[in-house]
Design a protein around this ligand. Structure first.
Ligand SMILES: *[C@@H]1O[C@H](CO)[C@@H](O)[C@H](O)[C@H]1NC(C)=O
Ligand SMILES: *[C@@H]1O[C@H](CO)[C@@H](O)[C@H](O)[C@H]1NC(C)=O
Ligand SMILES: *[C@@H]1O[C@H](CO)[C@@H](O)[C@H](O)[C@H]1NC(C)=O
Ligand SMILES: *[C@@H]1O[C@H](CO)[C@@H](O)[C@H](O)[C@H]1NC(C)=O
Ligand SMILES: *[C@@H]1O[C@H](CO)[C@@H](O)[C@H](O)[C@H]1NC(C)=O
Length: 184
């Protein structure tokens, strides 16, 4: 009798410890950090506006007085990006990934910019991995810094920063050089 009872208790204990999938549960255990690595990435972001194949398109714009509707960027607006990333500066250079996400112009001019972008890689070792950028983009500065807040795949739990320099700018095209340092 006593033994059956003990067995029952042991069974009950196991049942209550196993997470029941399909039901809400939460479990907290001590965090054991794995050794970290630093990765430096160098690539170019290629944005185009205006053409049917533009990488950058305005999806929302306030109807404010003074807004120039012919300009691709305006105050109080939001654009979406799906822009290729290339290995080199030349337009014919190999595409190694793409940047997808949003860019927001929250202020009364287009000098304040916030970016929410996922930089996904499609070549070699990094195929399927991406880094998440959520940051102000001080566009009036020649050399800019963005915050890397996370990542996927090889960049899981990443933290870091990106240094940017505009290398080419016309009415329709922009090429920005990126040096990214991520700890992951
Ligand atoms: C848009 O892309 C299509 C297919 O890749 C191409 O044939 C066309 O020339 C492109 N148009 C422009 C304006 O770049
Ligand atoms: C935009 O604002 C102007 C001036 O206030 C107004 O005449 C116009 O109807 C507005 N357009 C839209 C789409 O709301
Ligand atoms: C990248 O990964 C995708 C999905 O796993 C695969 O289809 C593609 O062939 C890979 N590309 C390269 C260049 O390895
Ligand atoms: C990226 O790093 C390279 C090599 O150190 C340097 O030549 C280049 O100016 C840097 N670019 C940016 C945008 O920081
Ligand atoms: C702008 O980019 C498009 C697409 O990559 C390219 O076809 C075009 O030649 C570029 N224009 C300039 C002025 O670099």
């Amino acid at each position: 009798m006593e033994r059956t009872l003990t067995l029952c208790w042991i069974l009950l204990l196991f049942i209550s410890m196993a997470p029941v999938y399909g039901q809400y549960y939460s479990e907290t255990v001590p965090y054991v950090p794995e050794p970290k690595k630093v990765t430096n990435l160098h690539f170019f972001f290629r944005g185009t506006v205006g053409s049917p194949n533009a990488t950058t398109i305005t999806v929302a714009r306030a109807n404010a007085t003074g807004n120039d509707n012919s300009s691709p960027f305006s105050p109080n607006s939001m654009v979406v990006h799906d822009a290729p990333l290339t290995a080199g500066l030349e337009p014919t250079s190999e595409i190694i990934g793409n940047a997808q996400g949003l860019e927001v112009f929250p202020g009364h001019d287009t000098t304040s910019v916030v970016v929410y972008l996922d930089f996904g890689f499609t070549k070699g070792d990094l195929n399927g991995s991406s880094i998440s950028v959520f940051s102000r983009n001080p566009v009036t500065e020649t050399e800019r810094e963005l915050a890397v807040v996370g990542g996927r795949g090889k960049f899981r739990l990443a933290k870091g920063f990106a240094l940017l320099k505009t290398r080419f700018l016309s009415n329709t095209n922009v090429t920005v050089e990126y040096n990214v340092t991520v700890i992951h």
